[in-house]
Design a protein around this ligand. Structure first.
Ligand code: 0X9
Ligand code: ZN
Length: 423
């Protein structure tokens, strides 16, 4: 069963891009639900997105709109074209993304956390996306404004636009840490002894496109100048980049297009530049779906020389997660699975910096119609089960590297970079 799911996921990756290129004329529409409307809708073979609060959201093509008009079914167009920031049309809107964050909603909520807890939280802009959105890091540490010698760890979310749950888990981790710092002795200890960096949304342009235009969008919004859009941000890192055409594609129509050069994409240049300035000791990159904990290598089926410790930490995370909701996340070597990746985040952070690095693929591990989507009601349970794993990894960093000045035996090289802007 699991192999079948992985196969379906893989097929989705391979055929996705061809389909995705033709979806730019789609509109997200909202239809008020009634028995009469429902009967009309069900015979139309529409791309139903979500049902919420008596409304049905649909990914509609121009032909779908014509058919709805013919049936006299009323609808509201929810999506709007993307406007660059210079035109000043960023709005904080609730819409089809429901309880999941859009870019402006995340911006608002991160700023609110930093405002509410200025002693332990900062929002830092690590760089801009292609469409000039900010890539935000929430930095959590006591004496957050000061440089201190302490362990440090990084959590990343949403390299892939359609994986909305992967924004929520790191965001809620940050929220949990700052809100419980004052009352929970264990949280206080972790925040006192570790410099925790959380980047919940690496791909803001893609997320907005996924919300407003095409729910299944995966890549960033790079105009490839040949009629295709998007680079897979999880294939653009500079470690074994473009090694072969199995783990990424040189073809821009592909959903796993690696880009023209390693680090060609500004979204992950921001991540790279942050690594130049920080000495992280562990990394988690959240994705969805399939409910597994993956560790390097992804580019080969061979084990690294740190296989034992990588499995041990991953398996420990799995063990502390399962009791929360009964969901089991297997810890596995990424490349030992069904497909390879080259130029992905974790091979880079492990290969270049030598730090324990994990891709946590969030639930579900089964799907109806191959969907990635998580129910809004599952956001909190998924976060709850991921929390102990994150806390464990933070503690692992503290125990293993009590002071940042203590040289990491994993550490291979650092580069020079630009400075960060603090909000
Ligand atoms: O393909 C990816 O980039 C990730 N999976 S996803 O379904 N979220 O797109 C991570 C894949 C992990 N690496 C390997 N399987 N080699
Ligand atoms: Zn992903």
């Amino acid at each position: 069963m699991k192999k079948l799911l992985i196969l379906l996921c893989f097929i989705g990756i391979v055929i996705g891009p061809l389909g995705a290129q033709n979806y730019t004329d789609r509109e997200i529409i909202r239809i008020e639900k009634s028995q009469e409307v429902l009967e009309g809708l069900l015979e139309m073979n529409l791309d139903l997105l979500m049902e919420k609060d008596g409304n049905i959201y649909v990914v509609a093509s121009p032909n779908d709109l014509i058919a709805l008009n013919a049936k006299n079914i009323q609808y509201e167009i929810e999506s709007h074209k993307f406007y660059p920031r210079e035109q000043g049309v960023f709005t904080i809107q609730s819409g089809v993304n429901g309880d999941f964050h859009s870019y402006p909603e995340l911006e608002r909520d991160l700023m609110a956390l930093a405002d509410a807890y200025p002693d332990i939280a900062q929002v830092i802009d690590i760089g801009d996306s292609l469409e000039q959105r900010n890539i935000y890091a929430l930095r959590i540490s006591d004496n957050v404004g000061q440089q201190e010698n302490k362990a440090s760890v990084i959590f990343l979310g949403c390299h892939h636009a359609r994986e909305w749950i992967s924004v929520e888990v790191p965001y809620l981790l940050g929220k949990y840490l700052v809100e419980n710092y004052g009352t929970d002795a264990e949280v206080k200890r972790l925040v006192a002894n570790c410099d925790i960096w959380i980047i919940p949304l690496v791909n803001p342009d893609g997320l907005e496109y996924s919300i407003h235009f095409y729910r299944y969008w995966r890549k960033n919004m790079r105009n490839n100048l040949n009629g295709t859009y998007g680079v897979d941000l999880n294939r653009n890192y500079d470690y074994k980049w473009g090694l072969d055409n199995l783990g990424s594609s040189p073809n821009s129509t592909s959903e796993v297009y690696r880009g023209q050069n390693p680090f060609s994409e500004p979204e992950i240049q921001g991540v790279r530049d942050l690594f130049v300035q920080k000495n992280f000791q562990a990394l988690v990159s959240y994705h969805s779906f399939s409910q597994v904990i993956l560790y390097p290598w992804g580019y080969t089926k061979e084990a690294s020389d740190k296989e034992d410790i990588l499995f041990e930490i991953g398996d420990k995370m799995s063990q502390v997660m399962e009791p929360v909701n009964g969901r089991y996340y297997a810890a596995e070597r990424a490349g030992a699975g069904f497909y390879f990746t080259n130029g992905d985040t974790t091979d880079w952070s492990f290969g270049v910096y030598g730090i324990p690095s994990y891709t946590i693929e969030l639930p579900p591990n089964s799907s109806i119609k191959g969907e990635f989507f998580n129910a809004e009601s599952d956001i909190q349970p998924i976060f709850n089960e991921n929390l102990p794993a994150a806390l464990y990894l933070i503690d692992w960093c503290i125990q293993t590297y009590p002071s940042q000045s203590q040289y990491s035996p994993f550490h291979i090289r650092r580069q020079q970079g630009k400075s960060l802007r603090i909000k």
